[in-house]
Design a binder for this molecule. Structure first.
Ligand code: PLP
Length: 285
């Protein structure tokens, strides 16, 4: 498994960065996770554009165009051709502001640290896929720029750990009684036959999967990007979460409330099928 680190390829185990890297000391960086289907990077351009937008948002001088980043991603794949991860895993890309003597403020001359390597495929058992997952709600205490895909993930990590401890799959943030998103997913509900999800503003990460699902959903259902409450979530006809690695995943329990009698609903099933078909077309093209 060869990792790319600032222009060089090396064995992942050997890949190291400085203890004065600002990513390590301050979480001063951004990242992307891009899913591979049959060795092809799904929604690559969208992910790279989001990376560039994240960079701009934190004044990080990422001196790459989308095309240059695309070439870099392809190089990671070519260097790992015999690795099964290059077929069905994900590509992880991270950029930090770079290495500099420790100080909160930074100067513009620092060279960014860019790393890229392959992650294994995340397996979601058929049982979870068919029965749906349980989630808990937690207060959203994050900052005001959740639209930036920063490596500063402490609230997300603590939330996910809380979910793990509670024996559930995901924790869902609730901000001032508005349901925002999961710790590593976007969340949708069906209410009175209408699909609702939080608008893509500064309170959530605008997921690439969310975008694809919204497009597919609009072909069949009524859809609104509008905040909903924790009470709406409990009383929803259906609930599902989306992300690059989870795709469309049904939620059948929120805290101690069963959703749709504990069954994945019709809309969720249909959308997951549509998503799978969209990917099948991508694989063929
Ligand atoms: N929201 C958060 C906080 C995330 O970390 C993620 C993905 O990791 C998502 C939403 C889903 O985004 P995407 O569909 O682009 O993977």
């Amino acid at each position: 498994n060869l990792a790319y680190v600032n222009g060089e390829f090396m064995e992942l185990r050997q890949a190291k960065i400085s203890i004065e890297d600002r990513g390590f000391q301050f979480g001063d960086g951004i990242y992307e996770v891009i899913k591979l289907y049959q060795g092809r990077l799904f929604k690559l351009e969208e992910h790279l554009e989001r990376l560039l937008t994240s960079a701009t948002s934190i004044n990080l001088n990422l001196d790459y165009t989308v095309n240059e980043l695309k070439e870099l991603c392809q190089e990671v794949l070519s260097c790992n051709r015999t690795n099964p991860r290059s077929k069905s895993g994900s590509l992880y890309l991270q950029v930090t502001r770079g290495e500099a003597p420790r100080s909160h403020s930074y100067h513009d001359g620092i060279e960014t640290t860019l790393i890229a390597y392959l992650l294994p495929a995340k397996s979601i058992s058929n049982q979870l896929r068919e029965k749906g997952v349980s989630v808990i709600t937690i207060p959203d205490k994050r900052w005001g720029y959740c639209n930036i895909k920063t490596i500063n993930l402490l609230p997300n990590i603590l939330g996910k750990q809380q979910a793990k401890k509670a024996g559930v799959y995901e924790a869902v943030f609730v901000d001032d009684n508005k349901v925002t998103e999961g710790t590593s997913s976007n969340i949708f509900i069906v209410k009175n036959g209408m699909i609702l999800t939080h608008p893509a503003n500064e309170n959530i990460l605008g997921g690439i999967t969310r975008q694809v699902v919204l497009k597919l959903a609009r072909n069949r259902f009524k859809v609104k990007e509008k905040p909903f409450t924790a009470c709406d979530l409990y009383q929803a006809e259906e609930v599902f979460i989306t992300s690059t690695t989870k795709e469309v995943l049904g939620v059948t329990k929120v805290d101690d409330k069963e959703i749709n009698g504990g069954q994945i609903g019709r809309v969720t099933t249909k959308l997951h099928k549509d998503y799978k078909e969209y990917i099948a077309k991508f694989k063929k093209n």
